[in-house]
Design a protein around this ligand. Structure first.
Ligand SMILES: [Zn+2]
Length: 353
């Protein structure tokens, strides 16, 4: 990977805490807690996660999370993972990030979801203090969960809005689990003037994206890879959904490697990302899960440069798109663009080649 790409100021909106642990940390946490792992050597464990993920299916991609979740069930582990996550983002040149996770998945040893969230926010805060970067949190619920659980998670997210929680996400396997099942949560979030993003258009097509925006009130879409089908399928919203997303500047959190690994695209060269970018959609690039996809945001940017022949101006647009789509307050978005992104790109452009 080229240094200049790592040094550029980046923004990341779609990044799962439980999909981004360091393999060495998993090994240490597991051994302290007598948890058995499929491999106990760092590289081997990293390969195990990647092999599990790279099978062209979203349900299979999600299997590795059982292992990361196993080691994230107590306060010390959660705090450590959260701090390291921020340190890793800073080392990768991320200046603003939003990290997501589902507090209810970390209660196996008796923590309550509110305490889980508190501890993760402490860890994130301490990572931000150490690095000077800005990282916020998105609370997730999962599609297969009961609607009441989603409502409780939504209430939790809103309850922590002054402590760094900026949004709510619905994640998990799309098939057979339409987002509208979780309507109570979305109604509550909208009444609370809270931010919503939804994973859609990854394993499922247009109807999933349409439902996320028009039924559930999503302000951003995670993936939206299959929005491209808007040109070719029949239906009530033929052609107009893409226009709506473009006209309303709805940010699309796109994840190249992850889409390849889950089978959302067959080959990266056919990914619709460059098309969305050139057509003016508010698209940005994201890792989804650094561990499962064996990636970093710099690697994703490098991949986009190599595959789609992007230049530094395109990357600057991607960073600005990301920041315009961020869920932090408007003054923060402006400040990051004016004080970090624009000067950071100018500095790299001025470097002697
Ligand atoms: Zn995701």
């Amino acid at each position: 990977m080229e240094d200049w790409i790592r040094d550029l100021p980046k923004v990341q909106l779609h990044d799962h805490l439980d999909g981004g642990l360091r393999p060495a940390t998993i090994i240490e946490l597991a051994s302290e807690r007598d948890i058995e792992l499929p491999a106990t050597e760092e590289d081997e464990l990293a390969r195990w996660f990647f092999r599990g993920a790279d099978q062209g299916s979203l349900p299979r991609y999600l299997e590795g999370f059982a292992t990361t979740l196993d080691v994230m069930q107590d306060e010390d582990a959660l705090r450590r993972v959260a701090i390291e996550h921020v340190l890793d983002l800073a080392a990768d040149g991320v200046v603003y990030g939003e990290v997501r996770f589902a507090p209810v998945l970390h209660t196996q040893h008796g923590l309550d979801p509110g305490r889980v969230l508190e501890v993760v926010l402490e860890g994130i805060g301490s990572g931000c203090e150490q690095t000077g970067i800005d990282v916020r949190v998105i609370v997730c619920s999962l599609r297969h969960m009961a609607p009441e659980v989603s409502l409780e998670s939504a209430q939790l997210a809103v309850g922590f809005r002054d402590q760094g929680v900026v949004g709510f996400d619905l994640a998990g396997d799309e098939s057979g689990h339409p987002p509208a099942h979780h309507n109570d949560a979305f109604q509550f979030l909208r009444r609370s003037n809270f931010n919503i993003t939804i994973h859609a258009g990854e394993a499922f097509g247009l109807s999933s994206i349409w439902q996320a925006i028009q039924h559930c009130g999503a302000h951003r879409i995670g993936h939206a890879t299959r929005l491209v089908e808007d040109d070719s399928v029949a239906g009530d919203y033929r052609g107009t959904l893409g226009e709506y997303i473009l006209d309303h500047r709805i940010p699309l959190e796109m994840c190249l490697s992850s889409n390849l690994h889950t089978g959302a695209v067959r080959e990266l060269k056919d990914h619709p990302f460059p098309r969305y970018l050139s057509e003016g959609y508010r698209v940005c690039l994201n890792v989804d899960n650094t561990l499962m996809s064996a990636t970093t945001l710099s690697k994703e940017w490098q991949m986009a440069v190599d595959l789609f022949d992007l230049n530094i101006d395109d990357l600057e647009q991607i960073a600005i798109n990301g920041m315009k789509g961020a869920f932090c307050e408007h003054s923060c978005r402006r400040e990051v663009i004016q004080k970090l992104i624009l000067p950071g790109f100018t500095a790299v452009r001025r470097r002697p080649s």
